[in-house]
Write a protein that binds this ligand. Structure first.
Ligand code: NAD
Length: 310
């Protein structure tokens, strides 16, 4: 199997690359390194297990590298929900425009299958929790969520117009080693700056689902068994955890039992924050995949790894 992974030097992408290499696949990684790090995949590059193309998907020159691929995993994106409300332009470019360019390159090179990493934020403030894949109307409340929903629509249209197949995965919060963004890394960074007090955005009562990155990659590969033109799956854990509890876990892992929490207040931590998120996993469970870890264990493991790796 010849796989292309865009964003393969990023957090989830580099874990996916580890697994594809372990399965013996031929792998090409395309990443601009605007957020990803070469060292996450350096051992595969050095051992010639993968080919790494450092390129911005908004420019040209990378398209030849995908010729002959069986599948393309499209993970490259700007994943910052908070910044998307401050300046939408990078979100529009790196999510919507990049996805369009990737689809066009695939069409020209006859690459038949795309796996896309979408997000729970396409559901917006869902009235049904746990939220199933067929929930409607999809009304995202962040520019990031809107950009991912636009990508889903483009992918669906390309599948039906040009005979491609797609897997669209709506992730909960994915956590673990090598993560460079999100609440856990945010808390660790703040506590390094000030071990006495931790600022928590919102009232700390936001509850969301968190999944370990290894389980996420396992689910992504498992769900490829579905063979419709467009296959949509939620991927997350079966429970949720509140932000205050995450802060307590991070403080424990950093051996800071005395730290004071200061809440900025309000039910949302930032513009576009969804205060309650739990995805229904019934669809993927009906195909006999379920996560082994809950949110609390996933957060604990991630905090431990991230504190240790410094
Ligand atoms: P990440 O920032 O670690 O990885 C994204 C990678 O894409 C980075 O390596 C970055 O350098 C690369 N990239 C960005 N723009 C690019 C461009 N124009 N050209 C080439 N490379 C570019 O993020 P992640 O957490 O690993 O997320 C991976 C995917 O999963 C993203 O699509 C994200 O939206 C989605 N997702 C992540 C989560 C999560 O909790 N981490 C949740 C839902 C969805």
């Amino acid at each position: 199997m010849f796989d292309v992974v865009t964003g393969g030097a990023g957090f989830i992408g580099s874990h996916l690359v580890d697994t594809l290499v372990a399965e013996g696949n031929e792998v090409v990684v395309i990443d601009s390194l605007c957020a990803g790090r070469r060292d996450t995949i350096a051992r595969h590059i050095d051992s010639c297990a993968i080919r790494f193309v450092q390129a911005d998907l908004l420019s040209d020159g990378w398209q030849d590298a995908i010729k002959g691929a069986d599948r393309l995993f499209h993970l490259a994106a700007d994943p910052d929900v908070r910044q998307s409300a401050v300046n939408p332009e990078p979100t529009m470019q790196n999510n919507i425009m990049v996805t369009y360019r990737v689809l066009e390159a695939m069409r020209h090179c006859n690459i038949p299958e795309i796996v896309f990493t979408s997000t729970s934020t396409v559901y917006g403030d869902a009235r049904v929790i746990p939220t199933p894949e067929d929930y409607a109307p999809l009304l995202p409340i962040s520019v990031y969520g809107a950009s991912k929903l636009a990508c889903e629509a483009l992918i669906s249209a390309y599948c039906y117009s040009f005979g491609m197949k797609s897997w669209i995965y709506r992730f909960a919060n994915i956590v673990g080693e090598r993560s460079g963004h999100g609440v856990i890394t945010d808390f660790i960074r703040k506590l390094k700056d000030n071990p006495a007090e931790l600022e928590i955005l919102g009232d700390g009562k936001q509850v969301k689902s968190y999944l370990d990155v290894h389980e996420c990659v396992a689910a992504m590969l498992f769900a490829l068994r579905a063979r419709e033109a467009v296959n949509i799956f939620n991927i997350g854990s079966e429970d949720w955890i509140d932000v205050r509890s995450i802060a307590e876990i991070v403080a424990e892992e950093m051996h800071l039992p005395e730290v004071k929490f200061r809440f900025t207040g309000g039910e949302r931590g930032w513009v576009g924050d969804v205060p309650k998120m739990q995805l229904s996993l019934e669809r993927i469970k009906s195909r006999r995949w379920k996560p082994q870890l809950g949110s609390r264990e996933s957060v604990r493991l991630a905090a431990r790894d991230l504190v240790r790796s410094g």
